[in-house]
Every structure is written in C-alpha cells, then in structure tokens.
Design a protein around this ligand. Structure first.
Ligand code: PLP
Length: 388
C-alpha cells in the first residue's frame, strides 16, 4: 500500500472492543495488572500509551522503519537521539541547519563533551577528510533550512557505513510522502511533528524512526529513560493531522511551485531557492531521492531595507515563526529561526539579512500570489526602488 493510504488508515481497526474508526485518547497514566508478573502490554504511560502507539506505528510504517517514538517536541526527539552518544564523540552536521538544533548542539551538548563540525553535505567528495577517529554520526538536513540545498542521501549513507558512522536525517521539510531516508540507507529519521505531520499549527511534537533491532532497542531505552514523550492528547491531534498529509503535501507543492515562478520574475527579488525549479542546482539529485518538493522555499530581496516594508505589507500571509501548516507563514531567519547562529557564520553560509523563508500553505494560489506581489511592490516603493 502507498504511504498516503497507510496514513489515512492510522488507528483504524485497533480498538477492537468498540470498533471505533477514530482511535480514542487514553489519558490513563497507570494500568491495572491482571496478576503478579502479568501485564496488558501497558504498565505506565511514559513507557507506553495506546494513543501514542498509533502515532508511533504510523510513522514507522510511513518511513519504512522498524519502530517509531513520539516525543514532546522536535527538539526533544533530537535530544533523545543524542543520548546515543558519549563524552568525546564527534558528529558531522549539515552547515545550513535548523537554528534550534544548532543551539542544542553548541550551547548544551558541547558542555557534555560532544563536538560537532558543520560541513557542506553537498560536497560528498570531501566528507572522508572531515571524518575523525571520534566521529560517530552524520546529522543531515536535505533540503537544508532555510537555503534549500540538496545533499545526496544514498551517497552520504554509503560513505557513513564504510566508516561505521550512523546516518541521522531530519526529514521535517519533506515528510515520508516525499522522501524516505531509511530506504536510501539512513539509520534514524527525525521529525518535528509540529510542522507538516501535524499540519495545522496546533500541536507541538517530535518523532524518531529507527532501523535495525539494536538501534531500536537503544532508542527505546532512551525514550523511556529521558521521558520527553508525547502526551495522549497531542498524539491524537498528530494522528488527525497525519491522515490528510498526502493531500496537503500535493497542494503545498503545487502552490509553492507557482509562487517560486512568480517570485523569480519580480524585480524586488534577486534569488529564489526551491528544489522544484528545474535550474535549482540540487534538482536532479533531489528528483532521484524524493518524490516531491513540499511547500518550503526561500528568497532574497534586493536590499535589507525592503524586508521591513515587505513583512508589514503582507496581509493574508502571516509573519510568524513556524512552517508546514495549512496557513501560509513567512519567516525572517536572521532574527527568528537562525538568531542563535553568530552573524558572521550566518552571512558566510548565505543566511543573510535579505533572506526570507516562506512556508506556502494550502490557500488558493491566486490569493497568495496577490498578497506577495503587493507586498513586494510596496517594499520596492518604500526602499526607493522602481515598481513595474
Ligand atoms: C521546527 C524544527 C525542529 C524543532 O522542532 P520543534 O517541534 O519546534 O521542537 C527541528 N528541525 C527542523 C527542520 C524544524 O523545522
């Protein structure tokens, strides 16, 4: 069966007693034991909860993994996985990265003796020289956030395996509807379920999917031991969102492609980054490893003076700090998602003061294009440019 079908059918047929199509929320934290040494399969909700299990099994099947683990946020999922590593271990990480992940690594985990080197994962030929004796894993985003750069997952996983490294992929931007890293050789997939999987800007959640019995056991231990698990109500909301993921991703992508084409023709815009554009430098690699482009794109305006009037002129599209929901949001990475990355590093990797990120929602594309066009026109007028 296709991923879309598996997602829609999440939880159906599981509540045998009532036949409920919509699997219920089990708020109970404790479970009565039938006898000494006996269990219904549920003992304590941190270790296992029936509603959470629906999410966990659905994401595991969708990502073609062996097990799923639902966490209280995307960051909690990343932190849980980092529990696999010990003092002295080193990881190679995508240089263009979600700002919160960078903050976790640099401001917290370095204090525990882990070290991280940020590299351009597109340069697979140079990967081997960055690997040290202490290196234990690759941590990859593709497309990257916010520059939408594409890394070759199969090639990276192959090099990682030759060096006995784990390959960890943050698949938040594409979801299993568009890309399944475990099928390309990765060992662990991570998600901020807050984004496309939830899809409605109403639930904070994180997911981990593992491949391999040994790794699954280790992550299961960490998930229960650290305890940053997803609550039953949030699990229910997440399942509800995941059921329509397939449909939503189609519309996100169709809208984003139209918008990317309009943006690149607008005089206020100098660059558009969207892997669905045929001249995007990662277009071919992306097409080989993914079946869609999602609704995430970024673009640069001609001058930083345009940013403020542009954001203030947006009407339909909200200036807000998230992505992947049905509502379109626009983010300014320099002061929002990437504010914790030092300015010189930010500028060097291209997350400059002229960069804006758009999470294209599922509104009618004509309305989105009208809003963007008037805001860009206005940004040019205010910044002293010429409007068409
Ligand atoms: C949002 C996000 C995270 C963090 O997830 P939270 O649910 O906000 O904790 C991690 N990675 C990526 C790519 C994200 O977009």
């Amino acid at each position: 069966m296709h991923v879309e079908t598996k997602l829609v059918q999440a939880g159906v047929g599981r509540d045998e007693k009532t036949g409920a199509i919509n699997f219920p929320v089990y708020y109970s934290t404790a479970y009565r034991h039938p006898g000494v040494g006996e269990s219904t399969g549920y003992d304590y909700t941190r270790t296992g909860n029936p509603t959470r299990e629906v999410v966990e099994q659905t994401i595991a099947v969708a990502e073609a993994g062996d097990a799923g683990f639902a966490c209280s946020s995307g960051m909690a999922a990343i932190q849980t996985v980092m529990g696999l590593f010990s003092q002295g271990d080193h990881l190679l990480v995508s240089v263009d990265l979600y700002g919160g992940t960078y903050r976790l690594f640099e401001q917290l985990l370095t204090r525990y003796g882990l070290s991280f080197t940020y590299i351009d994962m597109r340069e697979t030929d140079r990967l081997a020289e960055a690997i040290r004796p202490q290196t234990k894993a690759l941590f990859i985003e593709t497309p990257t956030n916010p520059l939408m750069q594409i890394a070759d997952l199969a090639k990276l996983a192959d090099i990682a395996r030759q060096h006995d490294l784990l390959t960890i992929v943050d698949n938040t931007f594409l979801t299993p509807c568009c890309q399944r890293p475990l099928e390309l050789g990765a060992d662990i997939v991570l998600h901020s379920g807050t984004k496309y999987l939830g899809g409605h800007n109403d639930v904070l959640a994180g997911l981990i999917v593992t491949k391999g019995a040994e790794l699954t056991e280790k992550v299961k231990f960490l998930h229960n031991t650290i305890g940053a698990v997803l609550g039953p109500h949030e699990s229910w909301l997440l399942v509800r969102g995941m059921k329509t993921l397939g449909l939503r991703m189609e519309r996100h992508q169709a809208n984003a492609l139209q918008i990317a084409r309009v943006l690149r023709e607008h005089p206020a815009v100098t660059d558009v980054f969207y892997p669905g554009l045929t001249d995007h430098p990662g277009h071919e690699i992306h097409n080989r490893q993914a079946s869609g482009y999602s609704g995430m794109l970024s673009f640069r305006v001609a001058s930083a003076e345009q940013v403020q009037p542009f954001l203030q002129s947006l009407g339909l599209i909200s200036f807000a700090e998230s992505l992947g929901g049905v509502e379109s949001l626009c983010t300014y990475p320099a002061t929002q998602t990437h504010a914790d990355i030092p300015k010189d590093i930010r500028e060097e990797i291209g997350v400059c003061d002229r960069l804006l990120r758009l999470s294209v929602g599922i509104e009618h594309p004509d309305d989105l294009i009208a809003d963007l066009t008037q805001a860009l026109d206005r940004s040019l007028a205010v910044a002293g440019g010429v409007v068409r």
